[in-house]
Ligand binder design. Structure first.
Ligand code: GDP
Length: 296
């Protein structure tokens, strides 16, 4: 499970702090050195770690302690608050259109979990009483359309497809029209991925974006790829503009560094996390719950 190692390390550091009646600035600095190492070992982005430690140091060193807390508790409180800030403070939700159809574009590299996540998200949205439609715009990967059709059936959400010889931009627009004609209110577009970011992929995504004007562009990234996931997010955000990130495969990621870095690097929040292969393994991302999971 993600964050386990980090959590064990941080709890060890803080156990030592808690045991002391008084804390000198040196004690705090030494503890923060350990925190820094633990974060780096968890594969948190180097710059993010540096800034994080600096902020905590500024808040913790040389300040009066709140009367109700021991000095050790005070440091832990600050680390907890800053961890939450790092991940975006509060839960970030999907922006639904106030009226009419909400379009959500799912983007990402091949294998990140885009198709699976599209189905998971459609099921989540359906459980909120909305009427979603999945649109199959990945015309390049063999079997992508069949895969979406299959998972759509499993979650009982209709899937719109036009085969693989049509232009994805036209399919996206036709999907939105289909939703309008059939009284559906959320269109989730499963776009094509590539093994690497390339201009052709980005141009296609930009064209779809320009035509269907999505309320949400969600990037699906694989937590197990660590800082590569963060670089992918930075790159998609610069060229396409993102509203949020879905981080998949957190169930298989023992370090958790990508999840802790992506908001600080891109300023785009994680909105959901994938916690397994099953179609109900999608969870809204709660920064405060993750922070308390880490700090125990
Ligand atoms: P796409 O190429 O981005 O559309 O990726 P797919 O949706 O086909 O997913 C690639 C693989 O990752 C599949 O085997 C999925 O079952 C798996 N997968 C997707 N999300 C998760 C997740 O949150 N946890 C785990 N363990 N596997 C996942």
């Amino acid at each position: 499970m993600a964050f386990d190692q980090l959590s064990t390390k941080l709890q060890d550091v803080f156990k030592q702090l808690k045991g002391k009646g008084k804390l000198s600035d040196k004690d705090v600095k030494l503890a923060l050195r350990e925190v820094k190492l633990a974060l780096l070992e968890a594969d948190v982005n180097f710059k993010v770690v540096k800034q994080f430690i600096k902020t905590i140091e500024e808040r913790a060193v040389g300040h009066e302690v709140m009367e109700s807390l021991t000095p050790g508790q005070q440091v832990i409180k600050i680390v907890n608050e800053e961890l939450i800030n790092l991940m975006g403070s509060t839960q970030s939700k999907i922006n639904f259109a106030p009226r009419g159809i909400t379009v959500i574009m799912m983007v990402g590299l091949q294998g990140a979990g885009k198709t699976t996540t599209s189905a998971k998200l459609s099921s989540h949205i359906k459980s909120q009483g909305k009427r979603p439609l999945l649109v199959a715009c990945d015309v390049y990967r063999p079997a992508a359309i069949d895969q979406l059709t299959k998972v759509g059936k499993q979650v009982n959400v209709p899937v719109f497809s036009m085969g693989s010889d049509k232009n994805p931009v036209d399919i996206a627009q036709a999907g939105v029209n289909y939703a309008k004609e059939n009284n559906l209110d959320v269109v989730i577009i499963d776009t094509a991925g590539r093994l690497h970011i390339d201009e052709v992929l980005m141009d296609e995504l930009k064209n779809i974006k320009a035509l269907v004007k999505p309320q949400e562009i969600l990037l699906v990234v694989d937590a197990m790829t660590g800082q590569d996931a963060v670089n992918v997010a930075e790159s998609f955000d610069q060229t396409l503009g993102l509203d949020g990130v879905v981080m998949t495969k957190l169930d298989g990621d023992s370090r958790g560094g990508a999840a802790l870095s992506v908001k600080a690097v891109t300023n785009k929040p994680i909105k959901f996390v994938g916690m397994g292969e099953k179609l109900n393994d999608l969870e809204p991302f709660h920064p405060e719950r993750i922070a308390s999971r880490i700090l125990g």
